[in-house]
Design a protein around this ligand. Sequence first.
Ligand SMILES: CSCCC(=O)C(=O)COP(=O)(O)O
Ligand SMILES: [Mg+2]
Length: 247
Amino acid sequence: MPVQETVILLDIEGTITSISFVKDTLFPYVTNNLVNYINKLWGKEKLEIDLELLREQAAIDSNSELEGFVPIVSGDNAKQSIIDNIRWQMSIDRKTTALKQLQGHIWKEGYENGVLKGHLYEDVLPVLNKLIKLGKRIYTYSSGSTNAQEYLFQYSMYGDVSNVFIKYFDTKMGPKNSVTSYTNIANDIGVNCGDILFLTDILTEAEAAIKAGCNSALLERPGNAPLDPEKSSTFKIMKTLNELLEN
Ligand SMILES: CSCCC(=O)C(=O)COP(=O)(O)O
Ligand SMILES: [Mg+2]
């Protein structure tokens, strides 16, 4: 059997989806549609749920020393301060649950109206389907919200492929470079960390997974940030998922 672990836990951006799709297609879609989206749903419960999370995050951020922090205010400037806060968070690619939840809801419209099609590297589906036949269970863990992950697979360039994945995990399990996030995921799945192989493009995420007792390997996709050869020397580095099927 090529892979020993029973659970394959996949990062998304830089691992099974290109960074370029996220940075050059998904993020600009939010930037270009943000004001319209907020104006359209202003005062509606659907938006209010996301705004509540953004306000909670802004209250936390106001006590830290984050460069360029934009407060969310009430009153006449409330709407503009929310838009500016979101733009600020996006300018530094923050991975807060609040930002990711709102982005996911904006992308939903783009997927549904056919403007967005989720990118997947061509090796991903053939390999995952072979692994499923070998009895492996496939999960994802991304900073993108569970909704955003679901839409990406439901409206992928290969059609609806969401049935490949048992469950999507996001930062509600904890940040991706935190050790406890991986124990939380193992507990949720009902396996030991040692039964999980976590694949990612980010060294600190792989290190956190290893510290939790999981196994991990790194993906080196075109356009990914280069891996430090010294720091990543203890990890298997793969160019595609095909290497999971090799002995
Ligand atoms: C799941 S699609 C949205 C991608 C995204 O917003 C993101 O931050 C990706 O981070 P990842 O943890 O998948 O590298
Ligand atoms: Mg990634």
